[in-house]
Design a protein around this ligand. Sequence first.
Ligand code: NAD
Length: 457
Amino acid sequence: MKPSLSICCLGAGYVGGPTMAMIAAKCPDIRVTVTDPNEARIAAWNSDTLPVYEPGLQEVVESARDKNLFFSTDIKGAIKEADIIFVSVGTPTKHYGKGAGRAADLKYIESAARMIAEVAEGPKIVVEKSTLPVRTASALLTILRSNSTKATFQVLSNPEFLAEGTAIEDLENPDRVLIGGEQTPEGLAAIEKVVAIYSRWVPREKILTTNLWSSELSKLVANAFLAQRISSINSISALCEATEADVDEVARAIGHDSRIGPKFLKASVGYGGSCFQKDILNLSYLCEHFGLPEVAAYWESVVKINDWQKSRFASRIITDLFNTVSGKHIGILGFAFKKDTNDTRETAAIAVCRDLLAEGAKVYVYDPQVSEEQIRADVLGKKENENLIVVKTALEACNGAHGVAVLTEWDEFKSLDFQKIYDGMLKPAFLFDGRNILPHAKLKDLGFRVFAIGKSF
Ligand SMILES: NC(=O)c1ccc[n+]([C@@H]2O[C@H](COP(=O)([O-])OP(=O)(O)OC[C@H]3O[C@@H](n4cnc5c(N)ncnc54)[C@H](O)[C@@H]3O)[C@@H](O)[C@H]2O)c1
């Protein structure tokens, strides 16, 4: 079958891979090519071991791969062939020069735009899928239009709202799809082309169209609001611990207020993930850039509370273990930033492990999906430290431990053999539940000393 449309995506990461696989699976007549310069990543997308762990992803990829879904390192070839080019490259926090530590690093976006300008011919729609500072589309358009004579461009913003761990569910049945574009006849026509793709499976009323700047900004604001709810409940968790209120009961009580709602009120050791922190820092940086220091400070405090929550958790472990963890065995259950993903970017586990290692603890880490290399690289960078030991089962992490901390809410941790764990630990046996998922009453009955976020047992 000759494809009705060719699309390509620059960036085969956590967003590019799953989003394009879903489009291909839903639109068999559209040819979808996902590209990346990273050969190992592309080889993995073409293998049985995908580079991204997501429930349901393998099935979606396999349903379309080599039919109308292709993974390739031939970026230029894919751009040439495509009518619509999605750009889903990383936009990490800049770590050098002006804006270091806060602004988004746009070097990958800019080089993608320059490559598109170099090889594109004819009319092309370039879609920002990456999360970008508001008004980036204007810079993109300038780069594209001033470096190409053979192509004409429309730039759209179509930010991705999927959450890792539930990416397939979120893509299949999104709360909304957002598409922003220039409010000109050409811009509106380009918006309609992308609307037509999503409307194959997303109800039309859930596809929102806006101007470019609202779309770009909405993605940053959505992440800032989500993170703000977590920091809000986490700040209250500390007050609960001091007052014998229970943070889960408080969350339930306030969540029943329909103006507040129940979601994103789960207190924890702190949020992680590649997006929340970088997007808020970027939002705060933008506010300052536009002369709004009060707004910048407001949003930055969301990140500060999160950092504090992580360090307060590590401090609590040290305090409870009689003010020293030097030479003590601490078991860490879970390293990914949340369950059902192998992504460790900005995971709270990095900060907690580092704090414990700095105090001389022997840290035994177990995660069901994260590799040893990844854990070592995240915690130690290029350094070595024999006090960081990565093990293959939860039991190994706990055996002989003075204390055990749960840092990711993997389901398997809820039903561990806690009697066996207790028997294998030094006494008193301490359990620190950074996700409030364990059966606390039962654990106390077994003899554990339990600490959980926002509780005062
Ligand atoms: N991870 C999430 O949950 C999530 C959710 C929504 C939005 N986002 C946003 O989506 C964007 C991508 O995030 P991610 O998690 O997929 O990042 P990622 O790091 O997993 O993937 C980015 C990929 O882009 C590739 N790349 C860089 N330059 C390229 C180029 N010129 N051409 C082709 N490929 C190139 C890299 O090699 C890398 O594999 C970011 O802006 C992020 O903020 C992420």
